[in-house]
Design a binder for this molecule. Structure first.
Ligand code: BEZ
Length: 327
């Protein structure tokens, strides 16, 4: 949002037709993660860095924990220009730009370090070029929320035990396809609703990353942790394309550099910390088992068959990147 002086300048811009001047801006950045989460901390750091780099001209107010709505709501706000910026799951983006669903090919990445290499590739970056046209947002780089695992109840020891279980998933198609293929009863639910649903027994289990299992103590409401690393879980730093169009080239470059660095730093944080969170979960009361691609029977093949039809080119591209970056 513009300051009063900036609004006056905006009026002048409207009259003179001179767009793209450097204006003092009070940006608003939304996310659904809670205040102590890695994404939220990175958003705060981005705000500080932007304020410093602009000599105090620009500020960023961070709205965590779904204060501005779910990601679907925030994406709409970005499109209209009512919201300036967001750090958002690629899951939400993939609901409207199908190619992004291919990041969720089960077992595309071996671990968090491999996921980070895929997300830092030129091919992954090139996919961001779709966003202004497809969604009315500008993507400035990828972060992540670690790898996905399954935390559940009922003394599950194999994939057959997941059959018919109500498993909370993040609401997006690629994840729905995977849990349908497993034979579970996938229950789409945004992150802020997960704790109550698990604690109240509204769902049997959850698809989740290690950080949040530890941070929000989901493990206290489950009996079995299945360490699977079955999907990567990318995040993207977004700016409203409408807001972007009103910025000077100098400000665009500054925001692009600083937000790109902030979300890339998130990748580094998960590379460094993901394994440690898993160790913490191993130290809790839950039964701890592991599951690889074979654990899920033919579910991964089923997923692949669907997506080879749905987004063949993007899938082939990311498979190539995954092979080239495998160590
Ligand atoms: C989730 O939906 O599980 C999720 C969303 C954002 C960050 C981490 C996890």
């Amino acid at each position: 949002m513009k300051t009063f002086n900036a609004l006056l300048t905006s009026a002048a811009v409207a009259v003179t037709g001179f767009a793209g001047a450097a204006l003092a801006e009070e940006f608003r950045l939304g996310l659904i993660t809670p205040p102590p989460h890695v994404w939220t901390l990175a958003a705060e750091e981005f705000g500080t860095a932007l304020s410093e780099a602009s000599g105090g001209e620009h500020t960023v107010t961070v709205f965590p924990a779904r204060q501005l709505g779910n990601e679907a709501d925030m994406l709409q706000q970005l499109q209209s220009g009512a919201l300036d910026m967001a750090f958002m799951t690629v899951a939400e983006v993939s609901n409207r730009a199908t190619d992004f669903g291919t990041f969720y090919q089960p077992f595309l990445a071996d671990d968090m370090a491999h996921a980070a290499r895929i997300l830092r590739s030129d091919e992954a970056r090139a996919m961001l070029d779709q966003l202004p046209g497809a969604l009315g947002v500008v993507g400035l780089g990828y972060g992540s929320a670690g790898m996905r695992h399954i935390l559940t109840n009922g003394g599950v020891t194999d994939a057959a035990g997941l059959s018919g279980q109500k498993i909370r998933i993040t609401p997006f198609e690629a994840n729905l396809d995977f849990y349908n293929a497993i034979g579970a009863a996938p229950t789409p639910m945004p992150l802020p609703a997960v704790f109550d649903a698990l604690a109240n027994g509204q769902v049997d289990g959850i698809d989740m990353d290690a950080e949040l299992i530890v941070l929000l103590r989901y493990h206290e409401h489950a009996d079995t942790m299945i360490e699977t690393h079955h999907m990567m879980f990318p995040m993207v730093g977004l700016v409203s394309a409408r807001v972007w169009a009103g910025l000077s080239e100098e400000d665009q470059a500054m925001i692009s550099d600083l937000m790109g660095a902030a979300v890339d730093g998130v990748l580094t944080t998960y590379e460094e910390r993901d394994a440690g969170w898993l160790v913490e979960i191993q130290g809790t009361e839950v039964n701890y088992i592991e599951g690889d691609r074979a654990f899920f029977g033919d579910a991964v093949d089923q997923w692949e068959a669907i997506w080879e039809e749905r987004a063949p080119d993007a899938l082939e591209t990311l498979r190539g990147v995954a092979e080239a970056t495998r160590q």
